[in-house]
Structure formats: structure tokens, C-alpha cells
Design a protein around this ligand. Structure first.
Ligand code: A3P
Length: 305
């Protein structure tokens, strides 16, 4: 199916004249609608569900590929398309596994979501343990997240904007980008972590020592794996490995994403923000974001030695 047919199926790009749709104030990709979001809020969770959640560009795809390799029995992952994990909050489209796939899949389900805490399925926050799924929340320092999102929006056919970098930083800080405010996303999940069964990890931890992160995840899931498997999975999920094996085409079909404009596996480093932010932009960003994080006792690593 070509892009034109797909977009006419989605049928909204022209209608809204924008790449974003709003649900209860939250900016979302244009392929999402109110009906879908209502279904997401009322999604029936199961006690053995596992969600990878994070603001876009936090390293969620890296982790999803690793977890799909680490355990072979996910009802949501096809052996033939290793690494593809359905996303709860996007519609199922040709070549894209979304909400319907999550609903229909057998247990255990590995799923992904980019939603802020308030929009996540109500049952996940329920006291009833039979419905309490597990959430692995991945966060990345906001400057690298901002840079990575800026580039990604150039690759997605239905999300493209002509925002300049300077303008984009302001939109990012003000939450005028898909999935809203990075700051509210991270603080929202952290401040409500006692209401869900959640493990918090960061992209920077993953970069520093991916095998240790996978051990932490295995403990959290209560699904032990051998050191040897973790070693193998870590190696297979190295940045260059994923790039070389064309994993971008597995996780995001070509019809949606033009990797010539911006490769999905773009740089994969901590600190690329230094190649984008001027000193003034960095200072203003620190005043508006980093200072508030510090006030809340949340710390990020902005460079690795
Ligand atoms: P960059 O654009 O900075 O390269 P998400 O999957 O949540 O959208 O995150 C995408 C970011 O994770 C991209 O960042 C991508 O390159 C990076 N990434 C993906 N796989 C990676 C890996 N194996 N090692 C390091 N970074 C990785």
C-alpha cells in the first residue's frame, strides 16, 4: 500500500490541516482519534501484561527489541518480525500493530505506550492486583530527547513540521509537541509511581551498562534469564547491530517513515545535544527545565565520559 492510500484511509490529515490531534488537551499524532483514546483509557489490563512506556525518543524501541529477544513467549510478538511490539495508543494500520493487536493478543503481552500517566489505562492504576500490569518507564535527559524528536519528526510522513530548531526548542519546553510536555510526562510518572507496578530506568543507564539494565528488568518481571542470554541479547541490540540489520523497517514500516530524511537509529549517543544547542539556548533550557527537575530531586546525566 502506498502512502497516499494509507493517509486517505486514516483520512484526517487534510481535515485538521495539522499533524497533531488533541485529546483532553494532549497533542497526539494525527492518526489518533477520540474513540481510540477512550478505548485506551478503558483498556482491560491483565496481571501478566508488561508495558514499556516513555516519552518518544527515550530508547523505548531499543528496550522493546531486547525484551522481544529475551523471552520468546510474548503473545504480542511475531517470531518473523522480531522486535515489533504493538503500541496501545495508535490505531492498527497496514504494517502497523496498534491497539487492536493489544486487545486480541494472548498472554503474556508485551506492549508499548508513549502516554503520560493521566491518560494511561485506568485499570493499571487499580488496587485490584488481578489487573495490575507491570510498567517499565524509560526516561532520557531532556536535551537529547529534544534533539532526537526534532530529527524524528522529519522522518515521519504524517508528523512532518517545518519548525526551525530554535522554534522547536520552545515548542518542546511548552509541551507543544506530540505527547505534550516532556517535563510533565517524566514527573507525572515518577510522582505516581506508587500507584502502578513500575520500574524506572534511563537511556543513560542503558548506554552505560545495558546488561545490568536487562538484569534489573528480568528481576522486576520475575522472569529469570541466564547471564549468557543477557550477554547475547545485549550484543544483538547494539546500536550498529540494529542499524545494520534494518530493524528500523521492522519497527516502523517504510510507508510511514522516510529514513533518508532522518534514520530512525540516528546517532544513539548521550550528549548529541551539544552539537545542536547554542550556549544561550542551553542556558535558557536549563533555567526552564533543568532547574525545575532539580527542585523535584530528579537528576539526569547529560554526558558520559
Ligand atoms: P537518537 O535519535 O538520539 O539517535 P525511541 O525508540 O524511544 O523512539 O528512541 C529512539 C532513540 O533511541 C534514538 O536516538 C535511537 O537512535 C536510540 N536508540 C535506538 N536503539 C539504540 C541502541 N541500540 N543504542 C543506543 N541508542 C539507541
Amino acid at each position: 500500500m502506498d502512502l497516499g492510500t494509507l493517509l486517505s484511509m486514516v483520512g484526517k490529515l487534510g481535515q485538521y490541516g495539522s499533524t497533531m490531534f488533541r485529546y483532553k488537551g494532549l497533542p497526539l499524532p494525527i492518526i489518533v482519534d477520540t474513540k481510540l483514546m477512550e478505548k485506551v483509557e478503558n483498556f482491560a489490563t491483565r496481571s501478566d501484561d508488561v508495558f514499556i512506556v516513555g516519552f518518544p525518543k527515550s530508547g523505548t524501541t531499543w528496550l522493546q527489541i531486547a525484551l522481544s529477544m529475551m523471552y520468546s513467549n510474548w503473545g504480542t510478538c511475531k517470531r518473523s518480525k522480531k522486535g515489533r511490539v504493538p503500541v496501545l495508543d495508535i490505531p492498527s494500520l497496514p504494517g502497523v500493530e496498534g491497539h487492536d493487536k493489544c486487545v486480541k493478543a494472548s498472554s503474556p503481552r508485551l506492549m508499548k505506550s508513549h502516554l503520560p500517566f493521566d491518560y494511561f489505562p485506568k485499570q493499571a492504576k487499580h488496587d485490584d492486583l488481578s489487573k495490575k500490569c507491570k510498567v517499565i518507564y524509560v526516561a532520557r535527559n531532556p536535551k537529547d530527547s529534544c534533539v532526537s524528536l526534532f530529527h524524528m519528526l522529519r522522518g515521519y510522513h504524517f508528523l512532518q513540521t517545518d519548525d526551525s530548531w530554535d522554534h522547536f526548542i520552545t515548542d518542546f519546553i511548552e509541551g507543544e509537541v506530540i505527547y505534550g510536555s516532556w517535563f510533565q510526562h517524566v514527573t507525572g510518572w515518577l510522582e505516581n509511581s506508587d500507584k502502578v507496578d513500575m520500574l524506572y530506568i534511563t537511556y543513560e543507564q542503558m548506554k552505560l551498562d545495558f546488561p545490568s539494565v536487562l538484569h534489573m528488568v528480568a528481576n522486576f518481571l520475575d522472569k529469570p534469564v541466564s547471564d549468557e542470554t543477557i550477554e547475547k541479547v545485549s550484543e544483538a541490540c547494539g546500536f550498529q547491530e540494529l542499524r545494520r540489520h534494518g530493524k528500523d523497517k521492522v519497527v516502523i514500516p517504510k510507508v510511514f517513515y522516510d529514513s533518508k530524511k532522518s534514520p530512525f537509529f540516528r546517532k544513539g549517543i548521550v550528549g548529541d545535544w551539544k552539537n545542536h544547542f547554542t550556549e544561550k539556548q542551553s542556558q535558557e533550557f536549563d533555567e526552564k527545565v533543568e532547574a525545575q527537575l532539580r527542585e523535584k530531586g530528579i537528576h539526569f546525566v547529560y554526558e558520559l565520559d
